[in-house]
Structures are given as C-alpha cells and as structure tokens.
Design a protein around this ligand. Structure first.
Ligand code: C5P
Length: 233
C-alpha cells in the first residue's frame, strides 16, 4: 500500500478510457476508485488488472442487502485484493457487524467504510421515507453506528469532516469527495473544499475525479494536489 491520500475516481464508461488515464498516473502517488458503471461494464478483471499494475483500489459498490449476502460480497471483494470497499450504513448493525466479521476472516483485509446519507438527499427526502431526523442528525447517527459496529470509517462531505472527526476521533477514517483545487472548475459539485482545507478539517482520503481525469496533464495535476496535501499534513 502506498501512502497517498488521493483516490482518483475512474468515472469512465469503459476499460479503454480508464486504462488510458491510469497509464498517465503513478501507482505510488495515488489510489483508484472504481464504481458501479465501470465495474458493471468491465467486471472484476479490470479491478485485478489495476491491482496487478500496482494501484490500491477502492471498490465503490455500496453494498446494501441482507447480512449474509453483504458479507459474501465483501469477502469476494477482499479476495480480489481491493484496498477499500463500502456498504450502506442504513443496512443496520447486524449487516455491518457481519460484513466486518467476514473481512476479519480473510487473509487480505481491506478497509471497510460506510455511506451514511446520500448527498443527493435533503431533509424532505428523508421525511418521505419516514426518517424524521435532519440530514445532519442522520449522518451523525449512522456514522456512530458504523463506528460501534467495528467499521473503519465513512464517506462524508469535507464540510462534515470537522464535526465527525471531533465526535468519532481522529482514527476514524473519513473519505471525502467534493474536492476542488483553487482555480479549478467546480463542475456540478456544490459544496466544495480545497485539498488542503479538507485535510485540515480531518479527511483521511480525498476522492478526486475531474480535476485530475480532465486535466491536460493528469500526473502534473495529481502531483500538485499531493504537494498541497503535504504542505499541511
Ligand atoms: O469529478 P469529481 O471530483 O466531482 O468526482 C467525485 C467522485 O466522487 C464521483 O465519482 C462522485 O460520484 C463521487 N461522490 C461525490 N459525492 C458524494 C459521493 C460520491 O462526488 N457525496
């Protein structure tokens, strides 16, 4: 495992485009995130190929099902050799604990983190599914459940990182998207933070897509972000 805190989000429709980008990156200077689209099109073979090239891979499939099914899926991901994977905290304590137990038994133990409330949801969306908590309250409730169930951390907005880090401790792993270096386009992200701000707020890993993947020189963009992180870490 390398010690880079940047996870490059491979939001590409196929292996060709994802591979072209990765050939421009340095596996010792970043990690990769593979999500539902790329995985559904290209499958575990692509994950294995990136791992064999030396990249740490975060498999972002957000498992949410009955405990036995989620545990089996987590074990399958661990067998692939991924560095990190995730589940939905709203699957509940038994699902979370069973997933942890499954990974404890695997020879290669990846980090297991949880998604709390999807950032696409607002208070009124929660009310519609009979959750009367505000989004903020529900995020904290699910983050505490995640920690007490034995997982390593949560995905959260960098804006939530300071509060979560204060409540749950600095060891609890915070993985944050919505990162934009100064002077880069915010694209469709609404609540953004710079890499340095996010690290200072308590983020452990930064999920960054377009500022790197759409840069004229992706490695130069990555190196600049790493330098910014190192200046505050
Ligand atoms: O290109 P950009 O840096 O905006 O990519 C961010 C990545 O993080 C995308 O894969 C996006 O789906 C993911 N993400 C996010 N906000 C969340 C959860 C995940 O931007 N709340």
């Amino acid at each position: 495992m390398n010690n880079s805190r940047v996870v490059v989000s491979l939001d590409f429709p196929d292996a060709k485009q994802a591979t072209e980008l990765c050939q421009k990156l340095d596996p010792t200077a970043c990690k990769l995130k593979i999500g539902k689209e790329l995985f559904t099109r290209e499958g575990p073979a692509l994950v294995e190929r990136f791992i064999n090239t030396g990249f740490d891979v975060f498999l972002d499939l957000k498992y949410h099902d009955i405990p036995n099914t989620v545990a089996s899926a987590c074990r399958a991901a661990a067998d692939l050799g991924v560095w990190m994977l995730n589940v939905h905290a709203s699957g509940g304590r038994v699902m979370l604990e069973t997933a942890c137990e499954a990974l404890d038994k695997s020879t290669h133990k990846p980090l297991l983190i949880a998604v709390t409330v999807l950032t696409s949801m607002a208070d009124e969306d929660l009310r519609e599914i009979a959750i009367s908590n505000s989004v903020d309250k529900q995020v904290m409730l699910l983050a505490k459940l995640t920690k007490s169930s034995g997982l390593d951390g949560v995905v959260c907005s960098a804006k939530e990182a300071k509060h979560l880090s204060a409540e749950l401790g600095k060891e609890f792993c915070l993985v944050t998207p919505g990162i934009r270096p100064v002077n880069s386009s915010s694209d469709d992200q609404k609540r953004i933070m710079t890499p340095a701000e996010a690290i200072v707020a308590g983020s452990h890993y930064l999920v960054i897509g377009r500022p790197i993947t759409k840069a004229d020189d992706p490695l130069e963009a990555l190196n600049a972000i790493n330098a910014e992180i190192n200046s505050v870490a």
